[in-house]
Write a protein that binds this ligand. Structure first.
Ligand code: SF4
Length: 210
């Protein structure tokens, strides 16, 4: 996308593309309208050189308040699942397809709203820059928004779950669910079963980069 084109994070990319400069530049991004109602940009976290770059959908309420990705209930679940799958913390870089929290009031709570295709597209230059700076061996897509953002095409998650796919990043992608899907399951037994299915998915990803 041309740097002068409106409605894209491309207009805000810095000249130097290491993670520190990217994070600083992303804090002032106005590449789409989502910055207006969010507290702050929530950029990715983890080391350059991480083996695996995990992509979620967007920050949630707690991420928006703290400025850190995956610190809310879904993030804590993911952290546990990654550890149970055998990942060390410094092997993974965590980020989201969209860097600002999209939400609406529901009573007194700020409820997540799924980002639109155009918002995912507008934010993709940050994801591209993170992938280039981290240079992972594998991209792990958590949920349908992340998978769409990484593969650059509409997908049905149930067709691709637990599989590897070639991505336009020239790095293989692995597809699984977003951990927030577990939190929405009504039965405790289903949550337990799905948790171990997520761990089993992540073990496949772990085996690919071991
Ligand atoms: S969501 Fe992405 S493109 Fe939109 S303002 Fe935030 S960082 Fe920029």
């Amino acid at each position: 996308m041309a740097a002068s084109e409106p409605g894209s994070a491309a207009n805000f990319l810095p000249r130097q593309r290491d993670l520190a400069h990217l994070r600083q530049a992303a804090s002032g991004c106005q590449g789409c309208s989502l910055y207006r109602n969010a507290t702050q940009t929530v950029f990715g976290e983890g080391p350059a050189g991480a083996k695996v770059l995990l992509v979620g959908e967007q920050p949630g309420d707690q991420e928006d308040m703290t400025g850190q990705p995956f610190v809310g209930p879904a993030g804590r679940l993911l952290e546990r699942a990654l550890a149970d799958a055998g990942f060390e913390r410094d092997e993974v870089y965590l980020t989201n397809a969209v860097k600002h929290f999209k939400w609406e009031w529901r009573g007194r709570r700020r409820l997540h709203r799924r980002p639109s295709a155009s918002e995912v597209r507008a934010c993709r230059p940050w994801l591209e820059a993170e992938v280039a700076a981290v240079r992972p061996s594998l991209l792990v897509c958590l949920g349908v928004t992340a998978t769409t953002a990484v593969l650059g095409r509409a997908v049905r998650l149930k067709d691709l779950r637990a599989s590897f796919a070639a991505s336009p990043f020239a790095i293989d992608a692995f597809i699984t669910i977003h951990p927030s899907a577990l939190l929405r399951l009504p039965s405790e037994q289903d949550r337990v079963d799905e948790y171990w299915r997520l761990v089993s998915d992540l073990e496949l990803a772990r085996a690919r980069v071991a």
